[in-house]
Design a binder for this molecule. Sequence first.
Ligand code: ZN
Length: 264
Amino acid sequence: MMIYGIGLIVLVAGGLLFWRFPQLRKTWYLPKRRGLVALMYHHVGIVEDPREEQFPFTVRPDMLERQILFLKANGYTPISLKELEQAARAGKSSIEKPVMLTFDDGYRDNYEKLFPLLKKYNVPALIFLITDRIDSPGYLTWEQVKEMLASGLVDFGSHTCSHRRLRSLSDEEIAEELTRSKRILEENLGVAVTAFCYPYGAGGFDKRVRPQVAKAGYQFDFSTKKGINPWPWKGKSTLRRAFPRGGETLFDYYLQLTRGQSKL
Ligand SMILES: [Zn+2]
C-alpha cells in the first residue's frame, strides 16, 4: 500500500511541476531524428522583456552567432536553396546533417544584424519577403535585398504580397498573392524565385491552397509545422521547420536540431 502511496505522490508532484514550469517540457526523451532541419527565424536583435509580443520571434545576434558556431562544431552543414534544389533533382546528396537558415517577413534587422554574421562565417540563408512591405519602415529595402543577393549568401523567396492568411482568401485572391509576389521579385532581382512560405503557416497542408502554390511555379513551400524533413529532399510535400525562439538556450537549439522542436 505504502509503495502505491509514494508512487501516486511522485506522479502528482511530477504532473504539477510539468504543468507549472513549461521549461521542463523539453523534448529530450523523444527519439533523435536525422534529416534536413529547416530553421525558422524572424527578427535578429534584442528584445529585453519576455512579455513583449516580438520576444519569441527575435533571436539575439550573440545567440545566433553561438548557434552558427554550434552548427560548425557539431558537423552540421548550412545549405543554400541551390543545394536543396540539386539534392531534389538528383534524388541524392553527399551532404550530411544539412540545415537551412530561413527568415520570414524580410525585416530590416536581417540586413543590419544577420547579414554581417552570414558573411563572417560564410553561411547561406533564405529570406522570405512580403513584397508590399519592401522599402517600408522596419523592412528590407530593395537596395539591401540586391546587395545580399549579390553576395551569393542569401536567396529570397516569396511570403506573398500582403501577408494575409491564404486559407481565408478566395481562389482568385490566392492566385494573385502567389503570382504577383513572384513576378515582382523576379523582375527586380533577375533570378527565378522557387521558394514560397505560407503566412502564419496557414495553407501548407490545405487541399485547396497548396496545389495553387505549385501551379504558380514554386518548387519548394515552407510551413510552420514543426519537424525534421527527409533527406535528400524529394520535394513532394510541404517542408516542416524547427522554430528556435528568442530566449532559448543552446540545449534548446540542440533539441531543435535533433527532435525538430525543443519543447512540447
Ligand atoms: Zn510571416
